[in-house]
Design a protein around this ligand. Structure first.
Ligand SMILES: [Zn+2]
Length: 300
């Protein structure tokens, strides 16, 4: 093959992707995400240790898988709040492939919790076209490991039998080396015995990252986990991406008062921090001047 074509092909196959499929009998649908680059970016940008990067990677994979069944810029927002070592895991994914999130430690964790998040709450929001308010569900954490909590949420609260496998592999330097997640859901009409069979397959399955290590594509993995022939419904690129910008921050600042902006400037509070991607923006003297001018104009 032409060297250029080969590099394009390589770039394409190495790009993070989420692929969704349905069995030909319509009884199960599933999605597989291979998102090594996105979770590596998250780990690097937030400078995360292995525990936080693992929790965030699972949540990012889970959000991307759930969002894959939505439309366009519709999105899924997952927030986990716990009392264990981890306080917050937040992930937000759009069907079009953008995903962002963060994870924070608890300064005073409750001792002897059996999982990273310990006890707490999971909030799931779906922001959909044509709805003024997000569709929101809140449940208590059942395990506090992200993966089990998400499966339990969909199965119990939304009454859709669902199983996740959200897998990350690490290198010797504690950096994420490979990340693969999968979600299988039973559709209305699936028989309980068939659902249990699919769960059995997942129980016996190798780690999803091992499939990726062996060169399996998301489509190959879908064929491994679903009981019958499948129709692939879509394949979309996935990226760690945050829509923050200094302009967006400035438009938020314009909702404050003139005096607040003035006191920010006087106290030298010129750094704006995006918690979602950990990017920092500095407001210049000129930025402050423009903000004050616009706020004065609004006042008059
Ligand atoms: Zn950001």
């Amino acid at each position: 093959m032409d060297e250029n074509l080969e590099s394009i092909r390589k770039k394409w196959t190495e790009r993070d992707r989420v692929v969704k499929a349905i069995t030909k009998d319509g009884m199960f649908r599933a999605a597989v995400v291979h998102n090594t680059l996105s979770v590596q970016t998250a780990q690097n940008q937030h400078e995360l240790d292995p525990l936080r990067s693992l929790m965030l990677a699972r949540a990012m994979s889970g959000a991307t898988l759930m969002a894959s069944f939505l439309k366009g810029e519709e999105r899924v927002v997952l927030s986990f709040e716990g009392d264990g070592q981890i306080r917050t895991v937040y992930a937000e994914a759009m069907q079009v492939g953008e995903v962002r999130g963060y994870c924070t430690m608890n300064e005073e964790p409750v001792a002897d919790r059996k999982s990273a998040l310990g006890q707490g709450l999971l909030k799931v929001q779906r922001v959909l076209y044509g709805k003024n308010e997000p569709i929101t569900g809140i449940v208590e954490l059942i395990r506090g490991d992200v993966t089990t909590d998400l499966g339990h949420y969909l199965t119990q609260s939304e009454q859709i039998p669902s199983a996740f496998m959200l897998d990350c592999a690490y290198d010797e330097a504690d950096k994420i080396r490979q990340s693969v997640g999968l979600l299988v859901q039973a559709m209305p009409g699936a028989r309980p015995e068939d659902i249990f069979k699919v769960y059995d397959v997942l129980d016996m399955l190798d780690r999803p990252t091992e499939f990726a290590d062996r060169g399996y594509t998301p489509e190959d993995i879908l064929r491994q986990i679903l009981p019958t022939d499948i129709d692939v419904l879509g394949s979309s690129p996935v990226d760690f991406f945050c829509r923050c910008s200094i302009e967006r921050f400035k438009s938020v600042l314009l909702t404050l008062g003139y005096d607040e902006i003035l006191s920010m400037e006087r106290q030298g509070h010129n750094e704006l921090h995006c918690q979602y991607c950990n990017k920092r923006y500095l407001l210049t003297e000129q930025d402050f001047g423009e903000l004050k001018e616009q706020l004065l104009a609004k006042r008059n």
